[in-house]
Design a protein around this ligand. Structure first.
Ligand code: ADP
Ligand code: MG
Length: 669
């Protein structure tokens, strides 16, 4: 029954209308405002209860906004389209529906610009008189007023929503670009995408390097089925979006996708993630409702996706750089060569572990000029050439430090490939050990060839010398010799003896008798130490013997006695009064396994590098009465025992000979 236009409203109804208008204009939450208005209506009409509903998109249900008194139905806050109720019909037809009988009441559509935006329902006692025409007209006015109110609120919400969305986008943009942890970033993107579009779920796919497949990298909401982890380009929603580079909105995929995990999701919105016009991935959101997304969602998600794509690219770039850096550190950190990077001002920018050790470049050295650590003029000159682009590579040998700690370095200087500023990379190789090894190998080869020569000569001399000796004896037995002549013959005889001793020594070195090896303790080869100590005493040289460790070896005691005695005599000869000679034995672990190491050291005059290099050569001597065979013989004896001799010496400081012989014992590792 439509309200009759022009009918006069009774005074009570007028005053109810005014009070209603005042109530809905009062302060408070929306629900409070509506409830105040409804209470006025109930008071004026003696109603049992009243409800205001909003007609919700997609216009298939009524949602309760406020209720006063007792209202049947809609206990869960909604009236569905399928509920056979007057309220629904009023919403759908746009006309007021009055019910009589057991549940009398009126369902009044709330109109805004001719559109139904909600429904007011008001119940009356069963005994009440039917609505008068004026009353219905008043309800119509109230409906219009409420309709406007609802519409105002909707617009308010929309505006606020848009403002909030823009703020959220800005905040997200900031957050995303400051997150360089890619996994965290992707999780953040899907979660925000879902919230931004009020979706039930969101998925993020990234395109692989060959742009063939999309891999699912993150999701929000319910976990997607495993068969959707990888999508080929061109297939499904994400595949289509990636291949077209365009957004896609799909409503109601229907029931054809049963089992694909999509049956509960009826709306989908997917946008490409674009970086410089190139698709790098796809962001999809889905909703359970049939038309969960409209063009405004599409626009919003598009803007968001652009920001997300930028942030993802930045994080990926960062990740790549970090991976490259880690790889570089692993490669350079692992090489035994020292690597140092310098800037254009020759300051240390980076160095690996080996460089930190070799040049003593601690963390505090970063930023220091390299010349503080490596100052050889030749090197600085080469570095200057590389930095000034006069040279693209310099390679030179430089020595570092002095004395026993001196190291030989091979330094390669490269320009550092850099866009803006030139720098240099140094690769340093420590040649010291190799030089020592080379020296040892050379020495052995030299001694071997000299030995052969010496043995040949010794034999050649020995035979005629024997002849000379025999002739001398024959001469001595003659009777016609004067006393002078006899003493001359004695002189010749002594010289022949000396020559023979020399030849014996020479042959000892060149063709040594095979060693008669047996298990023995090192001390056995040092039995002469008491006599030696006496000789030291005569020269005012102190002698120390340290046999606390006395390793067991397999050796020829006679030969080893000679070896150590030769070293000890040299030490004593080199040391003046007040000096010291020390002999010690110990068990050490070397690169050749467990060894007995006998150290013979003195505080004597020492040797320069050149003398030390020749000291083992047979016949090399710096002494007027020396034979130059002592060390040569010591060397060949050590070799016969599978051992090695090393020498460290500094002029004016002293000399240390180290003899390592394989031990039958093992120490603690
Ligand atoms: P010789 O003792 O007959 O000279 P060696 O072979 O024993 O021959 O020694 C060779 C040279 O090595 C010596 O002349 C000396 O110059 C040097 N030398 C050996 N041992 C020492 C030492 N302990 N201190 C200084 N120089 C040494
Ligand atoms: Mg000697």
């Amino acid at each position: 029954m439509p309200p009759t236009r022009g009918a006069r409203l009774p005074g009570a109804v007028w005053s109810a209308l005014v009070r209603f208008a005042e109530a809905v204009g009062s302060r408070g939450s929306r629900e409070e405002v509506l409830q105040a208005g409804l209470r006025e209506l109930l008071a004026a009409w003696k109603g049992t209860g009243a409800t205001v509903y909003r007609f919700e998109e997609p216009r298939d249900r009524l949602a309760v906004l406020a209720t006063v008194g007792s209202v049947p139905g809609a206990e869960d806050g909604f009236l569905g389209a399928d509920a056979k109720r007057d309220e629904i019909r009023a919403a759908q037809t746009g006309g007021t529906i009055v019910a009589q009988g057991a549940q009398p009441g009126a369902s009044v559509p709330l109109l805004s610009g001719g559109r139904v935006v909600g429904v007011l329902w008001m119940g009356r006692r069963p005994a009440a008189a039917p609505f008068a025409a004026g009353e219905l007209q008043a309800l119509g006015l109230i409906g219009a007023q409420l309709g406007m109110l609802l519409e105002t609120w909707r617009l308010e919400d929309e505006n606020r929503g848009q403002g909030e969305q823009l703020l959220a986008l800005r905040r997200l943009g900031r957050q995303m670009t400051s997150t360089l942890d890619i996994a965290r970033l992707l999780r953040m993107v899907v979660e925000e995408a879902r919230q931004l579009t009020a979706a039930d779920g969101a998925l993020l796919y990234l395109l692989d390097a060959r742009a063939e497949r999309l891999a699912l990298e993150a999701w929000a909401g319910e976990a997607p089925p495993p068969d959707r982890a990888v999508v080929a380009l061109g297939y499904g929603i994400p595949g289509w979006v990636a291949s077209q580079g365009k957004a896609l909105r799909v409503a109601d995929r229907g029931s054809g996708l049963q089992g694909a995990g999509l049956e509960t999701r009826r709306s989908h919105l997917a946008v490409p993630l674009l970086s410089e016009g190139r698709v790098v991935g796809v962001l999809t959101v889905s909703g359970a409702r049939e038309e969960a997304f409209d063009p405004s969602h599409e626009e919003l998600l598009g803007i968001f996706a652009a920001q997300a794509a930028k942030a993802i690219e930045a994080a990926r770039f960062f990740e790549r750089v970090r991976r490259e850096r880690d790889l570089r550190d692993r490669i350079l950190g692992g090489t035994p060569n020292a690597v140092v990077a310098l800037d254009a001002e020759r300051r240390v920018v980076w160095r690996n572990q080996a460089a930190a050790k070799l040049l003593v470049l601690g963390d505090e050295a970063l930023g220091d000029p390299i010349e503080r650590y490596l100052s050889a003029p030749m090197f600085l000159e080469a570095l200057r050439r590389v930095l000034s682009e006069q040279s693209s590579l310099e390679s030179l040998e430089v020595s570092l430090g002095a004395g026993a700690l001196a190291r030989q370095l091979l330094v390669n200087v490269f320009p550092l490939p850099a866009d803006e500023e030139r720098g240099a990379t140094l690769i340093l190789q420590d040649l010291t050990e190799r030089r020592r090894l080379d020296e040892k190998v050379n020495r052995m080869a030299r001694l071997a060839s000299i030995g052969q020569l010496a043995a040949g000569i010794a034999h050649e001399i020995r035979n005629p010398l024997t002849g000379v000796g025999i002739s001398l004896d024959v001469l001595r037995e003659g009777e016609h010799l004067s006393d002078d002549g006899l003493s001359l013959l004695d002189d010749i005889g002594r010289e022949i003896d000396r020559l023979e001793a020399l030849i014996r020594g020479l042959l000892d070195f060149a063709r040594p008798q095979p060693a008669q090896k047996r298990p023995m303790r090192v001390a056995k080869a040092l039995e002469w130490h008491r006599t030696f100590a006496e000789q030291c005493g005569k020269k005012d040289v102190s002698f120390q013997l340290d046999l606390r460790e006395n390793p067991k070896i397999e050796g020829d005691p006679e030969k080893l006695k000679q070896l150590f005695l030769n070293l000890a005599l040299n030490a004593l000869e080199a040391t003046g009064g007040g000096g010291r000679v020390r002999i010690a034995a110990e068990l050490v672990h070397t690169e050749f396994g467990w060894c007995a190491r006998v150290t013979v050291e003195d505080t004597g005059r020492g040797m320069d590098a050149e003398t030390a290099a020749q000291a083992f050569n047979p016949f090399f001597t710096t002494k007027s009465d020396g034979t130059g065979l002592g060390l040569a013989i010591a060397h060949s004896i050590a070799e016969q025992h599978g051992g090695r001799i090393d020498v460290e010496s500094a002029p004016g400081v002293g000399t240390r000979f180290l003899v390592d012989l394989p031990s039958l014992e093992r120490g603690e590792e």
